[in-house]
Design a protein around this ligand. Structure first.
Ligand code: MN
Length: 207
């Protein structure tokens, strides 16, 4: 049966300095993400047919997977953790556009007013998230945008939305450098978003 694997970080651990420090990147990718993958594979050990599907398809169909509830919860947490982090590394690549461009920029302006208003909405959702979770820019299957927050490692895919951009607000994502100051981390984080990658995800939704 195929096993899920942790994709290599697509750039150096130090590439997001000074916004995200090297040690945080090492622990976050090599330990946290890798542990979600290990636990996902363990949860699916008795259900090899499910591993034939992509993690995205598994999460879209989470509620109807033919598995016991304990396994469904393990997939929700660890499969979500795997998918969420895979996207997180991809949209933070160094380089690329630092602001939205093209059709995505037009849709952001039409939906939120302007880019600053979108950032404010995502930062607010991330700041208000009690405990651990994510703040997201998502699209529905018509390409309409919205900002949502999810607890823990819940994926927007499981509520019918496609994540275009997400910021991890678990303490493990920021605590070494920002300690308790989640709002400071959120304010700084925008400097490392690669909007070319977000635009690719939007284009894939629009077909
Ligand atoms: Mn994380």
């Amino acid at each position: 049966m195929p096993e899920f694997t942790t994709p290599p970080l697509p750039y150096d651990y130090a590439s997001l300095e000074p916004t995200i420090d090297t040690l945080t990147m090492q622990i976050h990718h090599d330990k946290h993400h890798a542990t979600y993958v290990t636990n996902l594979n363990a949860a699916l050990k008795e259900f090899p047919a499910i591993t034939e599907q992509s993690i995205e398809v598994i999460l879209i169909n989470l509620d109807t997977l033919p598995v016991p509830d304990a396994t469904r919860m393990a997939i929700r947490n660890n499969g979500g953790g795997h998918a969420n982090h895979t996207m997180f590394w991809e949209i933070m690549t160094p380089g690329g556009s630092n602001v939205p461009t093209g059709a995505l920029a037009e849709t952001i302006n039409a939906t939120f007013g302007d880019f600053e208003s979108l950032k404010k909405a995502i930062n607010e959702a991330g700041t208000k998230r009690f405990g651990s979770g994510w703040s997201w820019l998502v699209a529905d299957n018509m390409g309409a945008l919205s900002v949502v927050s999810t607890p823990n490692q819940d994926s927007p895919l499981s509520i019918g939305k496609t994540p275009l951009l997400g910021v991890d607000v678990w303490e493990h994502a920021y605590y070494l450098k920002y300690q308790n100051k989640r709002a400071d981390y959120l304010a700084a984080w925008w400097a490392v978003v690669n909007w070319d990658k977000v635009a690719e995800r939007f284009a894939a939704v629009k077909g």
